[in-house]
Design a protein around this ligand. Structure first.
Ligand SMILES: Cc1ncc(COP(=O)(O)O)c(C=O)c1O
Ligand SMILES: [Zn+2]
Length: 420
């Protein structure tokens, strides 16, 4: 079944000029970032709740609002992750209605990045590219490596050399060429831009960024559909480059624009970062128009450690305009957040999830988030990738002989009297 293409072009987010679809991410007039634009009036006539309901539960059930010319050729099974009613975590936080959007179980590499990468690599193939890659803080590396392997593309992946081992090996295993760069993520990203410019390869978060970022909208589409085609009052979202938070909101506005949700969007957006790399939360809290880059990020939450976020300006603006807020938390609070989520809901999230839970708690304590309204927390990556973060906070298991008496002593249960 061919995908109806409702994309009108790439629109500059600064001057609004429309460009044809191509692997470019900046407006040459003012260096404004480009964003995919759609003809919502035409899309409105082509899409319906019933049509969507008949499709498989993957991100591609919203294909009219994603930027491919044809069928997805990379990652056709991505998305469709659970929205969990989190009553035990809600009790622990002293709130009434809480949901977790759990992308820690996204296929194939256990983070929301599979959504953006399947769009970017499908698009790379539409552009006829054979070599792809990215600059990454870890999750993107895993996802580009896995999905490009499944598509038989040649892949170069650049990461900061001090990244968690699990994320480096979880990339190399797929056969991608992984290159550790001695520098911060921002330095890695600059090198990646030079490579994309010179060789015209498909660097998913550089020259394919406009298409790539659209994939994040599918998280927002799924949240609204799973709530029964309505929007939550509050969404708390982790921020690194600052794209995801904006795309979840863009997804909501599009669902309204094409008539899938009648009520207009009134959702307040809240951003979460680590205190050791907080350019966007600092920008919001200090009421600055533009963020101040963090030169040397220093946090256990490496997946969010982008010191100079590409979408920082737009994320801060959105948070202000929707009436939300932003906060950052210490590494200790991040670990507490990971344990709280695991122990109340059985969800083992990576450090970014711990950050989001801890920020939610902080915003509730500050009275910035109301306790009696509906909140959705976005959990975007899996704890199995950042196990070192919780290692020191956990007791080593007790060791006993294979004896019932020893077990009973340890478990503190009374020994049964022996039968006569
Ligand atoms: C687990 C996780 N959550 C959230 C984000 C933030 O996404 P964005 O860069 O779109 O703000 C990232 C980005 O790397 C991530 O790895
Ligand atoms: Zn422009």
């Amino acid at each position: 079944m061919p995908t109806a293409d409702f994309v009108t072009g790439l629109k500059c987010r600064v001057c609004g000029k429309l460009y044809p679809k191509s692997p470019s991410n900046y407006c040459p007039d003012d260096w404004g970032p480009l964003e995919v634009a759609y003809d919502y009036d035409r899309a409105r006539g082509a899409i319906s709740r019933e049509k969507i309901a008949r499709r498989p539960r993957t991100m591609w059930r919203y294909r009219e609002l994603l930027p491919l010319d044809g069928e997805p050729t990379v990652g056709p099974q991505v998305g469709g992750t659970p929205l969990i009613r989190a009553d035990r975590l809600a009790d622990a936080l002293g709130i009434e209605r809480l949901w977790i959007k759990n992308d820690a179980v996204n296929f194939p590499t256990l983070s929301f990045k599979d959504r953006v990468v399947s769009v970017a690599l499908s698009k790379a193939r539409e552009f006829g590219m054979r070599t792809v890659g990215c600059a990454s803080t870890g999750n993107l590396a895993n996802s580009v490596a896995a999905l490009s392997a499944s598509a038989g593309l040649e892949t170069f992946i650049l990461v900061p050399a001090d990244l968690e081992r699990t994320k480096i090996y979880g990339t190399a295993v797929y056969g991608a060429k992984v290159i550790g760069v001695t520098g911060t993520y921002d330095e890695v990203n600059r090198l990646c831009s030079q490579i994309a410019d010179k060789y015209k390869w498909g660097m998913v978060n550089v020259n394919l960024r406009a298409f790539y970022a659209e994939g994040s909208k599918s998280m927002g589409f799924e949240i609204a559909e799973d709530l029964g085609w309505r929007f939550p009052q509050h969404v708390v979202c982790p921020m690194a480059g600052g794209a995801l938070i904006g795309k979840i909101h863009k997804a909501f506005t599009e669902l309204h624009a094409v008539g899938l949700v009648d009520a207009p969007v009134t959702t307040k957006m809240y951003g979460a970062q680590a205190a050791g790399c907080n350019p966007i939360t600092d920008c919001v809290k200090a009421n600055r128009e533009r963020h101040k880059p963090v030169r040397k990020p220093n946090t256990i939450c490496k997946s969010l450690a982008i010191g100079d976020p590409a979408d920082g300006y737009f994320a801060a603006k959105l948070i202000r305009e929707t009436g939300g807020w932003a906060e950052d938390v210490t590494d200790e609070e991040i670990v507490e957040g990971m344990l709280l989520l695991a122990r109340t809901e059985g969800v083992f999230a990576e450090t970014a999830g711990g950050t989001t839970v801890a920020v939610t708690k902080k915003l509730l304590d500050q009275g910035r988030l109301p306790r009696d309204e509906e909140i959705v927390i976005c959990v975007t990556g899996n704890g199995l990738k950042t196990q070192d973060a919780v290692f020191d906070a956990l007791d080593a298991p007790a060791v006993i002989k294979p004896s019932l008496a020893e077990f009973e002593r340890l478990a503190g249960v009374a020994a049964e009297p022996a039968l006569a």
